[in-house]
Write a protein that binds this ligand. Structure first.
Ligand code: SF4
Ligand code: SF4
Ligand code: SF4
Length: 275
């Protein structure tokens, strides 16, 4: 199997300048952060912030983004294939397939995906590792913008080698592990750090077994859970129907607004022509 692409974040080099955040916002036209009541702070990950900087004591800065897990729980939790693992490694989202159930939000051990709660037709949002830029031969916008080389792009094998090299050549500087090398089967966003990074996950020790394996093993052992599937599917049809209705209402509103603008312009034009 060819090696997947990856990002290595070295927290010892990060100054918290947020140029990576700004570059991501510009690349995806995310606009200004909007406070939302479920958020602790506007600087949290959100539908307008696919990456952010978590500030820790003593001027430690830790970049947060989707880990692009090798065996992603969000993908296995999504019943309609809206979360997909690409052959290159990044985990991407297909809004056309999404039914709005938000199982991916609940499944992610790093609390990454966000929902557009304030939109009429909401979707899930998260980092894509700039897969389209990478396919064009470019590197992710955030990596490109970092002036400190605190975040690097390459293949997972190259970046793991670089991470271990930095740890070995700087005794005592780093925690003695590469975060993401083995956790829950491994991730494509890796970290080396002088402080523990367990706070980034939903519990300190995630183990090394991929979450999808655990999830499905548990489901097979608990058949009654499957009995709820009928009710679940009913809910899904309701959600899909509602989303389609909202989308078509939004389209009608746009059409009406457009014809409201065009009508006076046409009248003015014909008035001008008749004089
Ligand atoms: S970090 Fe969460 S959202 Fe990202 S691939 Fe892993 S499970 Fe999915
Ligand atoms: S890889 Fe791309 S989408 Fe992900 S945080 Fe960086 S700029 Fe944003
Ligand atoms: S641009 Fe680089 S140094 Fe600045 S906050 Fe982002 S990762 Fe840290």
């Amino acid at each position: 199997m060819s090696d997947t692409i990856a990002i290595l974040n070295d927290t010892t080099r990060c100054t918290g300048c947020e140029k990576c955040v700004a570059a991501c916002k510009e690349e995806y036209e995310l606009g200004r952060d909007r406070p939302w009541r479920a958020q602790g702070a506007v600087s949290d990950l959100s539908s307008t912030r696919y990456t952010t900087i978590v500030r820790r004591p003593d001027e430690h800065y830790v970049r947060q983004q989707c880990r692009h897990c090798l065996e992603p729980a969000c993908v296995s939790a999504c019943l309609v294939g809206a979360m997909q693992k690409t052959p290159e490694g990044p985990v991407v989202y297909d809004a056309d397939r999404c039914m709005g159930c938000r199982y991916c939000l609940a499944a992610c051990p790093y609390g990454i995906p966000r929902y557009e709660w304030d939109q009429r037709v909401p979707y899930v949002t998260k980092c894509t590792m700039c897969i389209e830029r990478v396919r064009r031969g470019d590197i992710p916008a955030c990596v490109d913008a970092c002036p400190e080389e605190a975040t690097m792009f390459g293949t997972r094998a190259e970046l793991l080698a670089e991470a271990h090299r930095r740890i070995d050549e700087n005794p005592g500087k780093y925690q003695p592990r590469v975060f993401g090398e083995h956790e829950i089967g491994g991730t494509s966003v890796l970290y080396i750090s002088d402080i523990p990074l367990d706070f980034l996950a939903w519990k300190p020790d995630l183990g090394t077994q991929p979450l999808p394996e655990r999830t499905w093993a548990a489901l097979h052992k608990v058949p009654p859970l499957m009995l709820g599937m009928g009710g679940l599917m009913t809910g899904i049809y309701w959600v899909v129907g509602r989303r389609m209705k909202l989308a078509s209402e939004a389209a009608i509103e746009l059409e009406t607004a457009a014809s409201d603008i065009q009508a006076p312009a046409a009248e003015a034009e014909s008035g001008e022509g008749s004089t």
